[in-house]
Design a protein. Structure first.
Length: 171
């Protein structure tokens, strides 16, 4: 019987192949893989086929058709926000919790050209500059249009919208 293992923070390089084309939350992915933040569960240490990265979001990765994919769902709890990166992952999540999901739309951004505009954006700009000065890639992820508009004003360009799923609390 296959079980999931938790990967130590200093031994997550094998996950790069599972997350290399992740469509969103690039900063979270980098923090998990390169920075050793959060927790990661996978079906193998050296050549994982599926993985779950856990920070504020729960990021599914790998082959959703693999026999070990359902093992990842055992790590999820009501109230978790789950990101399913592909249509196949979205189908599996929806089939697993047919009446247990609230879908909400988010929009991912990444930098294209950084521009400072006005005092209202000074705090966000300073945070981005601090990251750039320290070799940290600036990322933006918006849950609403005002946040998306601020990202655009700061020089980020959208890379695509995606659905995140919040597991409903039991009644």
């Amino acid at each position: 019987m296959t079980m999931l293992i938790e990967l130590e923070s200093d031994n997550r390089a094998p996950l790069r192949s599972l997350f290399d084309r992740y469509p969103c939350l690039h900063g979270v992915v980098a923090a998990v893989i390169e920075g050793g933040m959060g927790r990661v569960f996978a079906d193998a240490q050296e050549k994982p086929c599926v993985a779950l990265a856990v920070l504020d979001f729960h990021l599914l990765a790998g082959d959703p058709l693999h026999a070990n994919a359902p093992l990842l769902f055992r790590q999820l709890q009501p109230g978790n926000t789950v990101v399913a990166p592909t249509p196949a992952w979205r189908q599996l999540v929806a089939a697993t919790w047919p009446d247990g999901l609230t879908v909400y739309r988010r929009e991912a951004f990444q930098t294209e050209q950084f521009r400072r505009r006005g005092l209202a954006r000074a705090v966000a700009a300073a945070l981005i500059l601090h990251g750039l000065e320290h070799g940290i890639e600036a990322c933006w992820d918006a849950a609403n249009e005002p946040s998306a508009a601020l990202a655009r004003q700061l020089g980020f360009h959208p890379t695509g919208k995606y659905d995140a799923y919040r597991l409903k609390q039991p009644v």
